[in-house]
Design a binder for this molecule. Sequence first.
Ligand SMILES: Nc1ncnc2c1ncn2[C@@H]1O[C@H](COP(=O)(O)OP(=O)(O)OP(=O)(O)O)[C@@H](O)[C@H]1O
Length: 272
Amino acid sequence: MSFEITGLSFSYGDHAVLEGVDLSVADGELACVLGPNGVGKTTLFRCILGLERPRAGTILVNGRPLDELSVAERAREMAFVPQSHAQVFDYEVLDVVLMSAASRLGPLRAPAASDRARAEEALERVGVAHLAHRSFMQVSGGERQLVLIARAIAQNARSIVMDEPTSALDFGNTARVMAVVRRLASEGLSVIASTHAPDLAYLYADTVLALDNGRVRACGSPADVITGPLLSELYGLPVEVSSLYDDKVRACVPTEMLRGDSPFVTSGRGKR
Ligand SMILES: Nc1ncnc2c1ncn2[C@@H]1O[C@H](COP(=O)(O)OP(=O)(O)OP(=O)(O)O)[C@@H](O)[C@H]1O
C-alpha cells in the first residue's frame, strides 16, 4: 500500500482541522480528495508531505512510517505538484524540471548529464519537450502544470501528491492534464490529488475521499461517493447527478440554477 493514512487528526493551535481521517491508496491508484473550501484538503496534504505534524494518527508511505523518513528519503518516495498559479520561478522550463534532482544532489553539486536526460525525458512524456528552453513564467497555465508534473516524474518518486492540479486550467488543458495523471497511476504510481470538480473525480479516480468539516464523509469507489444526496449534503445545495455513457460519466448539476423562481436565474437561461 503506497499511502496508508490512519486516524489522522490535526489542529492549527486550538483550531481542529482534521479528525480521524483514514485513506489507503495502493500502487497504480489515483485517489481524489473532494470537499468545500477550507475543509482541510491542503492541510491533509501538508501532513502527508511531512510539513505539518499531526496531533494523532499514522501515515505510512510505501510501507514506511513518514516520521522515520529523512527529508531526502521523503523526496525519493513522494513528489509534490503544487498549484501552477502559485509559482514564481523565473527559470527556464528545463531548469524547473531539473530542480527534481535536488534531493539526490549534495550541496553545491551541479546536476549530472543523467539528471538532464531524465528531465528532458520527463518533459517528453507529458508532451511539452518543445518548451524546454522557454521561461517558465511565460508558458501558459496548462503548460506550466504539465511542466510541474514533469518535474514530479523526473524526481522518480513512487507516489505523487497534487494540490488541485487543474484549478487554473481551461477545459482542454484540464482533460490533457488529467489524462497524464491517470496514465501515471496506470503505470504503477500512487497519486493523491485534490479537486473541486466531482465529475472529474468520477471520471478519473479509483477512490474518492469526501471531506466534510475535517472528517471523512465518505470514502470509496467514485460510483459510491459521487451521488446527488452526498454532494447536496457536502456542498449544502441541491445537486443532481446524471449518469451518462453507461455510467462512465456522471454530470453533477446544482439544480438551483434550473428552477424558474431561482434568484440566480435572471435571463432566459434555465427557464425552459
Ligand atoms: N497556517 C494556518 N494557520 C491557521 N489556520 C490555517 C492555516 N492554514 C489553513 N488554516 C485553516 O485550516 C482550515 C483548512 O484549510 P485548508 O487550506 O487545509 O483547506 P482546503 O480544503 O485546502 O481549502 P481550499 O479548498 O479553499 O483550498 C481552514 O479553516 C483554514 O482557514
